[in-house]
Design a protein around this ligand. Sequence first.
Ligand code: SF4
Length: 205
Amino acid sequence: MFFQDFDRLARNLERRKFTVHAAADAAEAKRIGLSLIGAGSVGFGGSVTVGELGLYEALKARGNEVFSHTHEPPEKKDEVRRRANGARWYVASANALTEDGVLVNIDGAGNRVASMIMGPENVLLFIGRNKLVRDVAEGIERIKRDACPLNARRLNFDTLPCGRTGKCADCWSDERMCRVTSMIEMKPRLIKSFHLVLIDEEIGW
Ligand code: SF4
């Protein structure tokens, strides 16, 4: 599905002022990311996709200043989320990408969607072909069906219905992960460069 529709998808994204890069696999995606970022500080959103690329470790090893709450103890996570929002680059994935080029995300803290909209001047998202959906409604359904139960288990939120049963119950739990839903329809005005690396592999969730 991905490469069959790639040209049309890329045209739709470019019309929305995103810069599109095609990567055959995770290794190529990582090379593209390292070359785009160059020097400068980098903030990270929580992302299984980015974790699988090993980008945090590679940037840290070559001397970039990095801010990733995932790699910090609980008492430092919020401070690092804020510092990530002030970095030169912001690196994350998207929960879903529609065929006509809209990015769909659901956050709990909101730091990830905030940083994609207003924070670092440069945004870089890595998106596997499993994130491609027909439209926003299907994107939200995909996130609640696939991503949330897996994230609830990853983050040890076993009190959440999705973590226990694998299904969303539109809960009112204090630990609810789904608090902010965003649709980015075009590069936000104050973001200088918004790069999307589309990976022709299933990666992340
Ligand atoms: S609303 Fe609650 S049950 Fe549904 S996916 Fe979000 S956290 Fe899980």
